[in-house]
Design a protein around this ligand. Structure first.
Ligand code: GLA
Length: 341
């Protein structure tokens, strides 16, 4: 049996820069999509998931069979993209589960694509470069739901390094590991404002950038500079928390004012996290709802998250949730003789 597991991600800084070949600094998080499956003889892929709910069946050529659950679009698109790379995936029969919160801005769809691709490639014994696999998954996302996303989510899900963020130059795909300082914890705060990127102005923002919209371009220009400033601070033996906080603050303001992807709820959540003791907080991911990334001392981070969410619920009436996350390694696949459970 194959067990493939791919992490979700949270971006520390460098938001809405990957679509124009800019800089990003995400971490893979210790929340995963896990696929356990056996290769099939007929080349058909049949997957069941309690987390995503439903059953998915995809033909060897990558067509989604009638009656399949909506998440099957991602599976089918991954199979088609692998075929275009000359990889003829064996079929897989098994189960998928996930503890990456869906619709929260933690890249559950990228983790799904990468888990499926990692398992399919392992099942047919092909070696595929990690970047190539990630870019195939990015194209699968475009194909499955029509969101013109950049390469960040899939790259970090494949290439993540434990205890580190990755500075990725999205024009060259050059990657550099950046240590997360000891004693610093990463808190993800879900706003409870769910959104689907295909129904958001995500594609519109990209079109505005391409059309030379000054405010949008200013965000990308200043955000790229902030990525390198943050990397420089994090490379110091004792990174200065006040400077990190200032960079997060500037990033959030730029996303809210110049790029216009924040919401009043997310602004409230950022302010509350800082009031409750986070030394840095900002919108992370695509925005339009989604979640906030906050940094604080590892000790007491859980309590900080609970206090923040308590006040957030009282202020907005939205549920939201807090997650303490660790910087995890990228996707892996292992093979064991056990039967599918
Ligand atoms: C989504 C996209 C990414 C990136 C972020 C914003 O997560 O999938 O490619 O553009 O939004 O930084």
């Amino acid at each position: 049996m194959l067990t493939a597991r791919a992490p979700g991600r949270v971006n520390l800084i460098g938001e809405h820069t990957d679509t124009s070949g800019g800089l990003v600094l995400p971490i893979a998080i210790d929340r995963y999509v896990t696929l356990q499956a056996m290769p099939t003889r007929d080349g058909v892929t049949r997957l069941v998931s309690e987390t995503f709910s439903g059953v998915v069946e995809v033909s060897p050529s990558g067509e989604l069979e009638w009656g399949s659950a909506p998440w099957g679009r991602y599976v089918a698109a991954v199979i088609r993209e692998l075929r275009l790379l000359g990889v003829t995936p064996a079929g897989l029969e098994g189960r998928i589960r996930s503890d990456v919160p869906a619709g929260a801005g933690l890249s559950s769809s990228a983790a799904l694509e990468v888990a499926v691709a990692t398992a399919l490639v392992a099942a047919c014994g092909v070696q595929l470069d990690g970047r190539e696999l990630a870019l195939a998954c990015q194209r699968a996302e475009h194909d499955a739901v029509g969101v013109p996303c950049g390469p960040m989510d899939q790259l970090i899900s494949v290439l993540g390094v434990e205890g580190h963020g990755l500075r990725i130059d999205c024009s060259t795909l050059a990657v550099e590991t950046i240590p997360i300082p000891g004693g610093v914890g990463v808190l993800v705060l879900e706003s409870g404002v769910e959104r689907r990127l295909e129904e958001s102005p995500y594609a519109l923002r990209l079109a505005e950038l391409r059309a030379g919209h000054e405010g949008r371009l200013r965000h990308v220009r200043t955000e790229n500079a902030r990525v390198d400033e943050l990397c420089a601070v994090l490379r110091q033996p004792i990174p200065d928390r006040a400077t990190i906080g200032e960079l997060f603050r500037a990033s959030h303001l730029s996303l809210a004012r110049d790029f216009e992807v924040s919401t009043p709820e997310v602004d409230t959540l950022v302010a509350l996290a800082v009031e409750e003791g986070a030394f840095a907080a900002r919108l992370t991911g695509a925005g339009f709802g989604g979640c906030v990334v906050a940094l604080g001392s590892s000790e007491g981070l859980d309590a900080l998250g609970q206090r923040t969410m308590g006040r957030y619920r009282a202020a907005t009436g939205l549920a939201g949730r807090a997650h303490v996350c660790r910087a995890a390694g990228g996707a892996r696949c292992s093979v064991s003789p056990a039967a599918v459970g």
